[in-house]
Design a protein around this ligand. Sequence first.
Ligand code: FES
Length: 351
Amino acid sequence: MVSINVPTLTPAKALFPLRLFLGLTFVYAGVQKLGDPGFLHPGAPTYIGTQLEGFANGTPGGFILRAFAIPHPTVAGVGVAVTEILIGLLVSAGLFTRIAAAGGIGLNFLLFLTASWNTTPYFLGPDLVFTFAWLPFVLAGAAGQPALDNVTLRPSEAFVRRTRLRPVGAGEIDALTPTSTRRVLLAEFAGLALAIAGISALVRGSYSAPRRFSAGTGAGAKGSAGSAGGSTSPKPAAGSSAQRPSKLPAGAVKLGPGKRLPSGQAATYGDPSDGSPDILIRDSSGNLKAFSAVCTHAGCTVGYEGGAIVCPCHGGEFSAETGEVIAGPPPTGLAPKKVLEVGGQIYAVPS
Ligand code: FES
């Protein structure tokens, strides 16, 4: 009989992969934010200001965001991203692990009280899971694991000179304690975090803003339909019924010239019924599709990105063809809206 000896790890060493996962994930989260062209761009689907508004809407942690983050979305967004990178680097290296893990648990708990609050059932929201994953490292740090915290640091003379702690005389290096050396390392990690953040921001592509149609005051309704539609049949948009009206329905509102919306582009407009945001998309065949732009999960305003309708708040994704949910927590698809293209103009029809 063959017996296989599986080595048994200590509980501390068994937690090492989790520590690395948390650290690297935090670095990735920060880099991904700063590398997103729309993250700091008002009007983009992933704009941090829009995300913060959505997170604060009807959540127990919303008052914190309204007090500190929403008034300064750029500072908040960049600050969180750089903090995530720094926490990630420190936790990965095991330097000041308990303090860094406390930062991580605080960030994830705040996200649980805001971003993940409306996710049901609760265990589908990642932030609560992250909160508990951080807990062992807040309580015990990286004890028993490979970590800089567990190394007795004795800096070389060259290292001390490079960090310019102070002029070094013969025999003075021994006077430096491991704690002071770790502080120097902390400063270097902070510099590394800033460098990574800067590179992430530099390599991001440029953001091209979606168009926004401003709805008229009803002047584009029946009256103008007569002239506009004289020689052009109204073209029903997808997301609406397939009827081909000979004139525009009552209440139709002119949004703007159709040529302003090329294939593969989207625009937003205010719904003629209640002013709520709608999203208008021209597909690759030239057909128009329109849907409510209010996410069915927690009410964030969706945007169009990479051929899909995306929600900035919790990663909801909808089909740009049908409005149905493709991914994420939204419980239902986006309500279709009716738009028409007549005589080169696009009209929104009240539902
Ligand atoms: S509001 Fe949560 S995914 Fe849209």
